[in-house]
Design a protein around this ligand. Sequence first.
Ligand SMILES: Cc1cc2nc3c(=O)[nH]c(=O)nc-3n(C[C@H](O)[C@H](O)[C@H](O)COP(=O)(O)OP(=O)(O)OC[C@H]3O[C@@H](n4cnc5c(N)ncnc54)[C@H](O)[C@@H]3O)c2cc1C
Length: 260
Amino acid sequence: MNVVVCVKQIPDPAAPQSLDAENRLNRSGKLILDEADSYGVEVALRLVEAAGEGEVSLVSMGEATDVTGIRSALAMGAQRATVVADPLLKGADALTTAKVLAAVISRETPDLILAATESSDGYTGTLPVQLAQLLDLPALTFATSVVVEGDTVVVHRQTEAGYDEVAATLPAVVTVTAGVVEPRYATFKGIMAAKSRPVTVVSVADLGLDPRTLDPRQDIVAVETATTKSAGEKYVDDGEGAQRILAFLEQIKIVSGSAT
Ligand SMILES: Cc1cc2nc3c(=O)[nH]c(=O)nc-3n(C[C@H](O)[C@H](O)[C@H](O)COP(=O)(O)OP(=O)(O)OC[C@H]3O[C@@H](n4cnc5c(N)ncnc54)[C@H](O)[C@@H]3O)c2cc1C
């Protein structure tokens, strides 16, 4: 069974962030594996292990100046990676990214394509379903468990009340939620093996894509600092605390005056 996992490399959230001249996140430093995607990698590895054959490969679009994040996923056990890096893609929106990833994936014949429900930095949560549409595949989203039975993938789709069981015939695109499994730590052997696993960097031209079909890009017009929340008001309960709380709740329309 062959599983492709979409993985996004992101600037380390623990490090100070800055914006470039076009108001985009500065991605020139170290790029780590988005934690959201570590779950997809783990699910893929477990499915291939359960099948007893096949491979896990990775696809990514973004800067390839640093592939620390890709190497982390390879160290977990993925076999190889393809990274699409091209200055033409700067400012690409989610749909453009989906078109590019679809072009990579359609060069292969995976049984399953996994992605996270949403990335940790862009978090539009739209890319995987766009990818499914472009590849003309079913999309099963918000999976908290993924099982493959023959040529069918069965997922538990998270709902507010619990989960729905949803199934589709392979191949399919599945998005997994954070916490779906405990991603494995890379072993020393895995880290050493990852150094020699292929990371193929390709351009838009390599994929045979017409750059004109990759518009529109997104432009960030302005960035403003979010207003900080002001500190709450403190009351010392002088015996009328309950009434004051009620009056406050009425003021912000949580309860109506008739509740009194
Ligand atoms: C030069 C360059 C600069 C970029 N700069 C930025 C930037 O500043 N901010 C930004 O958010 N994005 C940037 N990107 C990446 C790209 O534009 C976004 O990945 C895309 O817009 C998807 O947005 P999202 O993260 O909201 O997707 P979501 O729909 O939230 O992502 C859901 C899941 O889809 C998969 N996925 C998403 N993006 C990718 C990807 N690129 N590669 C592989 N899998 C992916 C992951 O599994 C992810 O968890 C850049 C790309 C390039 C080439």
